[in-house]
Design a protein around this ligand. Structure first.
Ligand code: FUL
Ligand code: CA
Length: 684
């Protein structure tokens, strides 16, 4: 009898012990709508609309509905790919800046109902919604407030039009999980034929509070996205990158959609932000948001996509990756391949959570109900925390044997407010603790990447915070190394060099437009490329036998002989084949002597890539001359969306003979003197 009493006593004692009091929240905290949304983390964007057919990023508004004519549109293909990629929803551009709408709206003729597609009887939003529901994907709507087609844009009547259309979208298609209000407004537009510049006061014109009330009434569970939220905010760039320090707290009342200083001042959130407005990182799988055949070889590589994953989802943000659906009405094969590779790599990186086999302990537990076991139960809603007032605390993990790892994942139980401001990871080496990595904020999810490390025991230290740390989950992983594609570069004189990421890699290349073949054309030294040539290269790792993705660069004429016509010797920075250098022109133009007559069929302009942008050219003209005296205008136009997405701009025109070129900035985004990251010509 006796020997059974002790276990019984201990058992009943622990049972009677009361659950410790729960920690108090620290405001702001997410509401129910935001709590449901934060679990999604990863969803897709579809940019498919009039621009797909006009080959633009921003249509002017004068396009004709007849232009909209996909040949093989299949929304089920989009939904299948999104699902296979692990996305939880899709958001579609129901109306972009050019004003064309993808559903037969009662309020405009500028819609699919006047297009040849499905004989004018189609409703693309309906097809999109049906496909998403079949794959169990959530449905989101992008709606551009700026409308370059509508005659009333700028007047109160237009705001009514916008609300009428939103009412259609939010009434007729079932549950919508997110509504995406774009802050862009570039001013000029067709506006029903007026053809003028219309700037509105972005703060007051749309009367957002009334629109928000309408949306809440029609779709109470929908998250409202804009720079200013109210529910989810823009991350402030179009690279898909959140920040080392990213707060979900935002001084929301100081922000409105499209405000010029948003990225710099507000995009990271604020420690003392008054409202819960988490970040969403948006990025396109190609340079542009819309499909352009000339970007078929610029689909993001696996290393680029993984960088995005770790800098968005890994830095307290959701991730919205865009598919520029092509003219057929399909996600392009290359985009599909890229997104599925990314999905496979994410699975691989997080295949085994080493915490599962580890023993966890902490001297800093709050007590019953909040023990360390909650950190490894795979349940976000159970958490470990410390007694009131104890901000500094540690959790120790013993793997039982030496293990190798290179990722640390942490989740804060943000439902009680975001808190942690500093944390570190250490490993035990002969009884001493050595730092491996550190971070600032955690938020819903934080993932640290560091070099492969071996240890039996590690320790996570919570060093500073707005209050006691409340942690839901810990993960420790060993992500297999990624093989980076080689880097191809050229000097102005035309010397091409190709570099591998690791010394153990052999490079093979091709110059004939065909994919490089392993074993053929091994790269050993730089070579000359003076004319338009496509260089492609692949790396093979001699240790693992693994091959990289193919890198490709389309070179055109080498620039070694070119002479800028200006007294400013720095103008060479505009043609030095280096993307990081740039030239500022007080004359707002770049004039070149190519020293040879060439047949031009276009040009490229890379805006400056340095950290603090200035003088991006938003409207340009290009003139050519054979003698440097008489000039002929060849091309004139706008670089759409260059402010938010400073990618290389490519302009094509009918062939023109030229020895001299004058590339003029008619307007810059910030009215500062024009800057030139890199200028190039196209001759094929
Ligand atoms: C920006 C727009 O101007 C782009 O065209 C694109 O739609 C992107 C997602 O948002 O503000
Ligand atoms: Ca848990």
């Amino acid at each position: 009898m006796k020997k059974y009493i002790w276990p019984f006593l201990i058992l009943s004692f622990t049972y009677c012990q009361e659950k410790a009091a729960p920690p108090e929240p620290i405001l702001p905290i997410p509401n129910e709508r935001q709590i449901a949304w934060q679990e999604l983390q990863y969803y897709g964007f579809v940019h498919f609309n009039m621009n797909t057919f006009s080959d633009r990023e921003w249509g002017f508004g004068d396009e004709k509905p007849e232009q909209f004519n996909p040949t093989a549109l299949d929304t089920r293909q989009w939904a299948r790919i999104a699902k296979e990629a692990g996305m939880k929803g899709l958001i579609i551009t129901a109306k972009h800046h050019d004003g064309f709408v993808l559903w037969p709206s009662k309020y405009t003729e500028h819609s699919v109902k006047n297009s040849p597609w499905r004989d004018g009887k189609g409703d693309l939003i309906q097809e999109f919604v049906d496909a998403c529901r079949e794959e169990d994907l959530k449905v989101g709507i992008y709606y551009s407030p700026w409308d370059r087609n509508h005659p009333d844009y700028g007047k109160p009547e237009y705001v009514t039009y916008m609300r009428n259309q939103l009412t259609e979208l939010l009434t007729n298609y079932g549950e919508i999980f997110e509504i995406w209000f774009d802050g862009a407004n570039g001013g000029t537009g067709w506006y029903g034929g007026a053809n003028e510049e219309r700037k509105v006061d972005k703060f007051s014109y749309y009367d957002w509070p009334t629109t928000i009330d309408l949306v809440r009434k029609l779709q109470p569970n929908a998250m409202l996205f804009s720079d200013a939220g109210p529910d989810v905010r823009w991350v402030g760039n179009e690279h898909g990158f959140a920040y080392e320090t990213t707060w979900s707290n935002l001084m929301r009342d100081s922000v409105y959609a499209g405000m010029p200083e948003f990225s710099e001042k507000w995009a990271t959130g604020q420690e003392n932000g008054t409202h819960w407005v988490p970040a969403e990182s948006d990025v396109s799988i190609r340079p542009g948001w819309y499909y352009h055949a000339y970007e078929d070889h610029k689909v993001k590589t696996l290393p680029e996509l993984m960088e995005i994953y770790y800098k968005s989802i890994g830095q307290n943000s959701s991730l919205l990756i865009n598919f520029p659906v092509d003219r057929r009405g399909l996600i392009h094969e290359k985009d599909e391949e890229a997104i599925l590779k990314m999905a496979a790599k994410i699975k691989e990186d997080f295949a085994t959570n080493l915490v599962k086999g580890a023993t966890l302990k902490s001297a800093d537990d709050r007590g019953k109900g909040y023990e360390v076991k909650n950190l490894a139960d795979g349940d976000f809603d159970t958490y470990w925390t410390t007694p009131d007032g104890q901000i500094e605390a540690s959790v120790e993990l013993d793997f039982g044997k030496n293990v190798s790892f290179n990722r640390l994942l942490l989740q804060e139980f943000v439902n009680l407010g975001q808190r942690v401001k500093a944390f570190s990871l250490e490993k035990e080496v002969n009884g001493n603790w050595e730092k491996i990595a550190e971070g600032t904020t955690i938020g819903y999810k934080r993932i640290l990447r560091f070099a492969d490390t071996e240890a039996q025991k590690i320790r996570i230290n919570f060093l500073d915070g707005k209050g006691i740390p409340i942690i839901s989950e810990i993960g420790v992983f060993s992500a297999p190394a990624l093989l980076f594609p080689p880097k191809i570069s050229r000097t102005p004189e035309g010397k091409v060099s190709i570099t591998a990421a690791e010394e153990s890699q052999q490079i093979y290349f091709s110059l004939d437009g065909n994919a490089p073949k392993i074993g053929e054309n091994a790269y050993s030294e730089d070579f000359e490329v003076l004319e338009a040539t496509t260089v492609q290269a692949i790396a093979v790792d001699s240790k693992s036998g693994k091959t990289s993705e193919v890198a490709r660069v389309d070179f055109d004429l080498a620039k070694g002989n070119w002479k800028p016509i200006t007294s400013d010797s720095n103008a060479n920075w505009a043609i030095d084949e280096k993307s990081q250098t740039y030239w500022t022109s007080t004359e707002n133009e770049l004039e070149l002597d190519l020293r040879d007559e060439v047949n031009l069929s276009g040009f490229t302009y890379l805006p400056m890539q340095a950290r603090y942008p200035s003088g991006y050219i938003s409207e340009y003209s290009l003139e050519v001359s054979l003698d440097g005296k008489t000039w002929k205008g060849i091309s004139k136009g706008e670089f759409s969306n260059i402010q938010n997405s400073p990618i290389e701009q490519m302009v094509r025109f009918d062939q023109a003979a030229a020895r001299f070129i004058r590339f003029k900035a008619l307007k810059t985004t910030d009215r500062n003197p024009a800057t030139f990251g890199e200028f190039g010509v196209l001759t094929r």
